[in-house]
Structure formats: structure tokens, C-alpha cells
Ligand binder design. Structure first.
Ligand SMILES: Nc1nc2c(ncn2[C@@H]2O[C@H](COP(=O)(O)OP(=O)(O)OP(=O)(O)O)[C@@H](O)[C@H]2O)c(=O)[nH]1
Ligand SMILES: [Mg+2]
Length: 461
């Protein structure tokens, strides 16, 4: 149901902006046209200075309610972009409620959830991404979440990216408009210029979409599955990596059944390792369950460490075929590192660095040889730059909108290359733009999306 923030945006709103309860002080806000008039009615001081601290008494008719400090921010230089009053009163619940009641009696209305921030957005003080990051900031409980919110709110990293893409789409649209206004003979159409812009837009959107992964990695840690045939040394490797004797090791094939978890840190990033049941055909009911668990786990991981006996490389062509098959049924699009284990046991020379696009390294888990190469590989694939700059999409809603935007850009590109007349294909360009507007809120008419976003906030924000 719509909260109708938009319809009632001319009202003067008020709310307690600090948590409701007893505290040393409490802050009450009033925003809107009548806010200054209301405060003048209930506050003793005749001469109130703007943007300065004013100390005085709040009265209800003749009854003294509290000695307070008020600050008046004149529009547009306030949080909401409207005339805004902040009352710092003592934090008794009685005082807080009383002051709110007096304000309402004098023409204010109780604000709805997030209505102050909604006004900031509608008055163009902040864009939608910033509004959402204010919510994230309030909710942030640790440094990571705090940093992400600050980056969107203060540095506007994602906002700026989105804006750039939008401007490029607008460029193409206006160029096409000119083309349509004139006949083709009258102007020289720079087809290359349009095409380059399309490619640029597509690339930029794709980068943003992919960056959503970084968000998951930072929040949930990097998930790595150690998989491979039975007895290949997966559990041995796991224990070496976590420097702990956690997973049971034995020369009996099919030792590991339940998934064993271990944690390490690389580049200050949490890495969750999962030692899994070796994959083979088996009649054991329990082992079968273990193998099923392995397959399920793989789906949920970012990286696969595929451990196998180096002996397998003796018959390279056969092994390559095996990997091809694994790629099709298990690896799919995941990042995979091939790990040939037990170099201490078998003397096999192998010089290739890759097998069908997968990096391969040679180690001995038992003798702790070559383990550094695994760390090196992991370090290399961690998106360090994005993590360092906190430059990534962290909101599922934005991610979904970007995917929609990309879909239309792709469609436009295809039709453009197929020389379908401009007047028929600009619609896709406009749709692509529309979904980007849904992210930063530009040119957005009031709708349920906005309602959902702001109603998540608490009252008083
Ligand atoms: N020589 C040698 N033996 C190893 C090496 N790594 C593991 N092994 C031995 O290989 C056997 C199997 O090791 P595990 O780590 O249990 O192998 P796994 O892949 O976890 O086996 P499952 O859990 O049964 O699938 C054990 O006897 C290990 O000591 C290695 O680098 N060199
Ligand atoms: Mg094992």
C-alpha cells in the first residue's frame, strides 16, 4: 500500500529523531513550511537566530515543558531541503511526547517512516542511492558496512558511475533525435561514434553487475571447495592450509563424508574452505550422501581447488579429457585451480602452466611443498582494487535494475547492428535508461519502489 509521502509532501512533519526512551537528551525535528511559525509560537525567545544555537523555554500555553536548545536551518540548506527545526530537549519520555503533541496542536503532523529522508530526496538534496546509503549507514554495525555506506553517501562512487552511463545513453538518444529530424542526406551520421558509445555503456553496466559478487565476498567471505577423487589428499591439503589437524586423513578411500569447514584470511578477507567427500562411484549409502553434499556445496562456492594424484598426468590426453568433462558437469563457469598432489611420491615431469584455461600447480600436501603457489593464486584473484576502494554494488535492488538495463542495451545493440531503423529501436535505449533511473532516482515519478525504500526507515529519519 502506498504511504503517499508524495501527496502529503506539503505538510509540516515532526518526529522524535533519537531512539524513543529515557536519555540525557533527545532530538525532535520539524520540517516543512510551517516549521518556523510553529517554533515561534511555542518557544520563548523572540529573536531566534538561524543556523545558530538558541537556548530557551518551550511552553504549552503557560506551562513550562522544558529548557531546550533549538537550531533552525533555513531552506534549502537543511537535511530535508526545507525549513527545518531541531529541538534538543531533555530525554524524558514525557517531555518528548509532550513537545510532539504541542507541535501537532500548532499545525504539524507526525512524520511517517523515512519521511525526512524522502523529502531530502524529493527536494534533490540527495539521490536515491544516497538515501539508501543513509539507511545502510544507520544499520551498519561494523567497519565494512560503514565503509560501504560512506562511499555511497559521501563519495557517491556508484552514483557517479550510474550518472556517467545515463549521460552516455542520453547522448545517443539526442544524436538519434537529430538524425530523425533531418533527412539522411542532410547530415553525416557518425555510426562509429554511436557504436562506440553502446560498447562503452554495455561494458560499464557489466562491470557494475559483476561487482555485486565483491559485495557477497566481503560480507560472507570467499568460499572455496576442495574437491577431487578419493584419496587424492584433499583433507591433507585442507589441514595444511588451515594449519590445524582438523580433517581426518587416512589411506582408506572415502574417508571424508561430511563437509569439513576451515577458515583462513588472505588480504584481510575471510576465506571459508570446505573439505569434501571424494568423488567416485560407490555402493556405500553414507558415502553417496557425502558425494551428494559435495555437489551441493560446489554450487555455493566461488572457487574450486581440484586436487588429484599427479600420477594422472602421466596420461595427459586422458586427463585432459577428464577435465573437459568436469568443466561441463561440475566446474561450469567457476574459477578452478588444478592441483596435482603427491610430487614427493611420483617422479613426473610436467611443464604446462594451464590445462584448457585452468591454471595447474604441482604440490605435496604431505610435505608442505608448493603450498605458497595456492596462496599466490588466491591472492591474485581476489578483487583487491574493488575491495580497497569499496567500489561495488551492494544492494540487490540495484543489481536487479542493472541486469534489466543491460538486457535492453544488448537488445538495442543487436538491432542497431542489424540496421533496424532508429525510430523502432530507441525504445530499448529508453528502457535501459529507465532502469538506471530506478537506481539513482533521477527523473523518477513517484511510485511503489520509492515507497518501499523509504518505509523501511524508522520514524524520525
Ligand atoms: N606421499 C604423499 N601422500 C599424500 C600426500 N597427500 C596426502 N597423502 C596421503 O594420501 C592418503 C589420502 O589422504 P587424504 O588427505 O585423506 O585424502 P582425501 O582426498 O581427503 O581422501 P578422501 O577423504 O577419502 O576422499 C593419506 O594416506 C595421505 O597421507 C602427498 O602429498 N604425498
Ligand atoms: Mg578427505
Amino acid at each position: 500500500m502506498l504511504n503517499n509521502y508524495y501527496i502529503s509532501r506539503k505538510d509540516t512533519i515532526t518526529a522524535i529523531s533519537t531512539p524513543l526512551g529515557t536519555g540525557a537528551i533527545s532530538i525532535i525535528r520539524i520540517s516543512g513550511k510551517k516549521s518556523i511559525k510553529i517554533i515561534k509560537k511555542i518557544f520563548t525567545k523572540k529573536k531566534i537566530k538561524y543556523n545558530k544555537v538558541n537556548i530557551g523555554i518551550i511552553y504549552d500555553k503557560k506551562e513550562i515543558i522544558d529548557k531546550v536548545i533549538i537550531i533552525i536551518y533555513k531552506k534549502p540548506n537543511s537535511y530535508t531541503g526545507e525549513n527545518l527545526v531541531e529541538i534538543n530537549c531533555h530525554g524524558s519520555i514525557y517531555i518528548q511526547k509532550k513537545i510532539i503533541n504541542i507541535i501537532i496542536k500548532n499545525g504539524g503532523r507526525l512524520a511517517k517512516n523515512g519521511e525526512f529522508t524522502f523529502r531530502a530526496f524529493i527536494n534533490k538534496k540527495i539521490d536515491l542511492l544516497q538515501a539508501e546509503s543513509i539507511y545502510d549507514l544507520i544499520k551498519s554495525e561494523n567497519k565494512i558496512y560503514h565503509d560501504i555506506a560512506i562511499n555511497n553517501l559521501i563519495y557517491k562512487k556508484i552514483s557517479n558511475n550510474i550518472l556517467k552511463i545515463q549521460n552516455n545513453i542520453l547522448d545517443i538518444l539526442s544524436y538519434i533525435e537529430i538524425i530523425l529530424d533531418f533527412s539522411e542526406e542532410d547530415i553525416k551520421i557518425d555510426k562509429k561514434k554511436i557504436y562506440n558509445k553502446i560498447i562503452y555503456i554495455e561494458k560499464k553496466i557489466k562491470i557494475l553487475i559483476e561487482s555485486y559478487n565483491v559485495n557477497n565476498i566481503i560480507k560472507e567471505g570467499l568460499k572455496i571447495s576442495i574437491i577431487g577423487p578419493v584419496n587424492s589428499g584433499k583433507s591433507t591439503l585442507m589441514n595444511v592450509l588451515i594449519k590445524e589437524d582438523k580433517s581426518i586423513i587416512s589411506n582408506i578411500p572415502g574417508t571424508t563424508r561430511d563437509i569439513v569447514e576451515g577458515k583462513i584470511k588472505i588480504y584481510n578477507l575471510n576465506i571459508n574452505l570446505f573439505d569434501t567427500a571424494g568423488i567416485r562411484k560407490t555402493n556405500s549409502k553414507i558415502e553417496k550422501i557425502g558425494i551428494k553434499k559435495t555437489f551441493k556445496k560446489i554450487k555455493d562456492t566461488n572457487i574450486i581447488l581440484y586436487v588429484f594424484d599427479i600420477l594422472k598426468l602421466k596420461n595427459y590426453l586422458k586427463f585432459k579429457k577428464e577435465i573437459k568433462k568436469l568443466k561441463k558437469i561440475i566446474f561450469k563457469k567457476k574459477k578452478v585451480l588444478l592441483i596435482a598432489n603427491k610430487i614427493d611420491k611420483y617422479n613426473i615431469i610436467f611443464n604446462k602452466k594451464k590445462i584448457i584455461n585452468y591454471s595447474i600447480i604441482l604440490i605435496s600436501a604431505k610435505k608442505n611443498k608448493g603450498i605458497k603457489k595456492i596462496y599466490k593464486y588466491l591472492y591474485k584473484i581476489i578483487p583487491k582494487k574493488e575491495i580497497k576502494n569499496n567500489n561495488f554494488i551492494n544492494n540487490l535492488r540495484h543489481y536487479e535494475e542493472l541486469k534489466k538495463s543491460l538486457k535492453y542495451i544488448k537488445k538495442f545493440k543487436k538491432d542497431y547492428l542489424n540496421k533496424i531503423p532508429y525510430e523502432f529501436i530507441t525504445i530499448d535505449l529508453k528502457l535501459s535508461l529507465k532502469h538506471l533511473y530506478y537506481i539513482n532516482g533521477y527523473n523518477l515519478t513517484y511510485n511503489e519502489v520509492l515507497d518501499n525504500i523509504f518505509s523501511k526507515f524508522c520514524i524520525g529519519k
